[in-house]
Design a protein around this ligand. Structure first.
Ligand code: ACM
Ligand code: ZN
Length: 773
């Protein structure tokens, strides 16, 4: 949306009393998500102790409350809320039924601010935009030094693109106190997001008090404290072991959260998982399973999930309906999420109750039995005048008639559901999973294995290209999901949410045509300052410098590109120097050519000074760099790095195995021949590899190096073996084959894949470089 920033060229004067600050408008109007239309006028409206707010309807009173609270705290100005409008120095609301849902129209003139709205959210969003026009210090939770509480005269027309703009908080894998939920609600309202999906039930903890089944929380709410161990290295707990980690929300807590959210224009949608992800419930009531399995609440990863509810027993449904009765009484939301994901139904295959159910219901398999399960629950939800949501697995075996699908395994499930006329909410892992890394794995705190940076979140469009316009009407919107396996603290939760949530907010608020990452990224420093006033532990990963490199086809030298996510960043670098300063550094403007082993340091500069973490990388040249390399068996399409040259391009891969520096083979060995183009002395060949057993990636069991002068007859130079070992970490390892100096033109490297993973599946072999010295 360029229109707003045409106006950015003009200068306004923010004057107040005897202090006069002149700032470009581009620095004073920075609203996120970006409004649809902004028309700047000259002059300002100034808040003072005589400013009144006129609020008559309930919506107006609630919206006014947000404004008065901030002014009271940060500015110690008590804005009086009255019912009759004075002539000037007033904030007034005006109901306008011609506006669409959630829309607002904000008009700031020198003596008056008018907020037109159609519903509560519109009134609140008008206030949130007004707050974003004020100095960032208005978000301070204690008295701010800022004295100049003025806003530019402006007219803003604004409305959202999608009606579901959500966030999912997983409070099961780690428990978050009610106060954090309340804070999150405020932040959602600030970003004009309207839905908080609370994932209240999962294997590792049941987090909502159900009065009829007290053991759900007294037993299911707590687990053995194994917090010091990595999530997937935590051992199985016996039902008798002392459980001390956990917590839950009482029904009073829930009522408070729901009421607070309602006042802020946020709907809380509860998720009660079924039939899987319920080990916590099973630990409390083993009779809910096929074979009365007695388990302890797991402290870490559970996979595959076989301890699940038994749909053969009528008592399972009685239990679930009882639970839902209490849930429905607490949450007024139209939608109730019933999970439905990742059930491994092997027990259902063997269970006499389940088999009987399959027979009496005329079903053909356990997928259809899951469909029966979810459809039956959907009928219960519908009967209570609500709508059921399920993860996209609910399509398998037949989707329940009234169900809405939350598509997470890409957008395919969502697409299919819209073909069948169902509503969908898009939350594909590719853009919406905030438990994934937002920066390079080697500098980020531990997260789930994949990569979803802010700029990628920003590109999210809940309507996939394949969708026609009729299907698109079924897309309610999108949502960010923060699974909490690796989120033990509120600080870490904030770190993973911000600023990605701002990216998500704008991705869902703006139309595709209005979205502009460059423009958004220019607003981030201001947003960061606001986050600081809000006390948010936001991430600065957007500034992290990363390199990519290509081999120049003529010179065979390495061309190293540097970038972070902010296109306007002032990046500077030094080559083979220890210090980086404004005196020593060169401005990065084009790829850096490297022809020999080189140490590169780079930093972002602000006001001529280096800021943030210094990027450091050594590019170690060797004799095979840029040489021709051929593979006996082609690498997988899923991991093709930068093509054939990936293994001789100097650049090393990281444990983030999607980083584009890896070639990988599934189940088969790697065999490559490098042509050094002339007879060369060689004494060592090193193969770089990765192991991440959780993702099916294993170290090779053998590496062998053969040399040849003619490319026909090869002699073994060295071979090393390494037997399989269990390893719960993700680690890089080099296999060094050193030998007495030899002469050769061709180097053949055979790297043996473990081939069969211990769990029976195919194993991946990952290689990032073959270093010839
Ligand atoms: C999911 O991520 N299992 C919905
Ligand atoms: Zn059963």
């Amino acid at each position: 949306m360029k229109r707003l920033f045409l106006a950015a060229l003009c200068i306004i004067s923010l004057s107040c009393n005897n202090s006069s600050v002149t700032k470009p408008i581009s620095e004073t109007i920075q609203i996120t998500p970006k409004p649809k239309n902004v028309k700047l006028e000259s002059g300002v409206f100034s808040f003072d102790a005589n400013t009144k707010i006129v609020a008559q309807t309930e919506s107006e009173v609630l919206a006014a409350e947000i404004l008065t609270e901030k002014f009271q705290k940060a500015a110690t100005i008590k804005l009086e809320v009255i019912e009759q409008s004075p002539h000037s120095n007033v904030i007034q609301f005006k109901e306008n039924t011609s506006l669409q849902a959630e829309a607002y129209h904000l008009i700031v003139s020198k003596d008056k601010v008018t907020i037109e709205y159609q519903d509560l959210r519109g009134a609140i969003y008008g206030v949130q935009t007004l707050l974003q026009l004020l100095p960032n210090a208005i978000e301070n939770s204690s008295v701010a030094e800022q004295q100049n509480w003025s806003i530019p005269c402006v007219e803003i027309e604004d409305a959202p693109q999608f009606k579901w703009r959500g966030v999912m908080l997983d409070v099961s894998r780690h428990f978050f106190e009610k106060e954090y939920i309340l804070k999150t609600i405020d932040r959602l309202s600030f970003l004009k997001m309207n839905t908080l999906h609370l994932h209240l039930v999962d294997d590792q903890g049941w987090r909502i008090e159900i009065k009829k089944y007290p053991k759900l929380t007294s037993v299911g709410g707590f687990r053995v404290d194994q917090e010091e161990k990595p999530w997937n290295a935590r051992s199985k707990n016996s039902p008798e072991a002392e459980a001390t980690y956990g917590g839950f929300y009482t029904q009073e807590d829930i009522k408070e959260m729901v009421a607070y959210a309602q006042k802020r224009g946020v709907t809380i949608v509860p998720e009660i998982e079924m039939p899987a992800h319920v080990s916590s419930a099973i630990a409390a009531y083993p009779e809910l399973t096929c074979f009365n399995q007695k388990i302890g609440v797991p402290s870490g990863g559970v996979w595959p999930i076989t301890d699940i509810f038994c749909p053969g027993k009528e008592s399972t449904f009685e239990f679930l309906e009882d639970v839902l009765d209490e849930v429905l009484a607490l949450f007024p939301s139209t939608y109730i999420h019933l999970g439905g994901d990742e059930a491994t139904k092997t027990n259902w295959e063997k269970c006499p109750h389940c088999q009987q159910r399959i027979k009496t219901e005329g079903l053909t398999n356990v997928d259809e039995l899951q469909s029966y399960f979810m459809s039956r629950m959907e009928r219960y939800i519908s009967k209570n005048n609500r709508k059921m949501i399920g993860w996209d697995e609910i399509i398998e075996g037949g989707i329940a008639p009234g169900a809405t699908v939350m598509s997470w395994r890409g957008t395919k499930g969502g697409l299919e559901a819209t073909v069948q006329g169902h509503d969908v909410i898009m939350t594909p892992t590719s853009h919406c999973y905030f438990d994934y890394y937002q920066g390079p794995q080697d500098v980020e705190p531990k997260a789930w294995g994949s990569y979803v940076p802010s700029s990628k979140v920003y590109q999210f469009n809940p309507i996939p290209k394949e969708m026609d316009s009729v299907q698109a009407t079924h897309v309610l919107g999108g949502q960010a999901n923060l699974w909490a396996e690796y989120i033990p603290t509120e600080a870490q939760s904030e770190y993973m949410f911000y600023p990605r949530l701002a990216s998500m907010s704008e991705a869902l608020w703006s139309t595709e045509g209005q979205k502009d990452w460059d423009d958004f990224s220019e607003r981030l420093p201001n947003l960061f300052q606001r986050f600081e006033f809000m006390g948010i532990n936001y991430a600065e990963s957007v500034y992290t410098i990363q390199s990519s490199a290509k081999i120049d086809s003529v010179s065979k030298n390495i061309m190293v590109s540097l970038q972070n996510e902010i296109p306007s960043s002032d990046l500077r670098y030094v080559v083979n120097q220890d210090e980086i300063s404004s005196a020593s550094a060169e401005k990065y403007t084009k790829p850096i050519e490297i022809a020999e082993t080189t140490k590169l340091k780079a930093s972002r500069f602000v006001n001529n000074n280096p800021v943030g973490k210094v990027f450091e990388k050594e590019f170690v040249f060797h004799k095979a760099v840029g040489k021709s390399i051929r593979y006996k068996e082609k690498y997988s399409k899923s991991y093709q790095g930068v093509g054939d040259g990936t293994l001789v391009n100097v650049l090393r891969g990281s444990t983030h195995f999607h980083d584009g520096q890896w070639l990988a083979w599934l189940g088969s060995d790697m065999e490559a021949v490098i042509d050094l183009s002339e007879s060369t002395t060689i004494s060592k060949v090193t193969v770089g590899t990765l192991e991440n057993q959780g993702s099916g990636i294993y170290f090779p069991t053998k590496v062998a190096v053969y040399l040849s002068e003619d490319g026909q007859s090869y002699a073994l130079a060295k071979e090393i073996e390494r037997p399989f070992k269990v390893n719960k970490e993700s680690v890089l390892k080099t296999f060094e084959c050193a030998f007495e100096t030899k002469q050769a033109r061709y180097v053949k490297v055979k790297v043996k894949n473990l081939a069969k993973a211990p769990n029976g599946g195919g194993s991946w072999l990952f290689v990032d470089e073959v270093v010839v010295e």
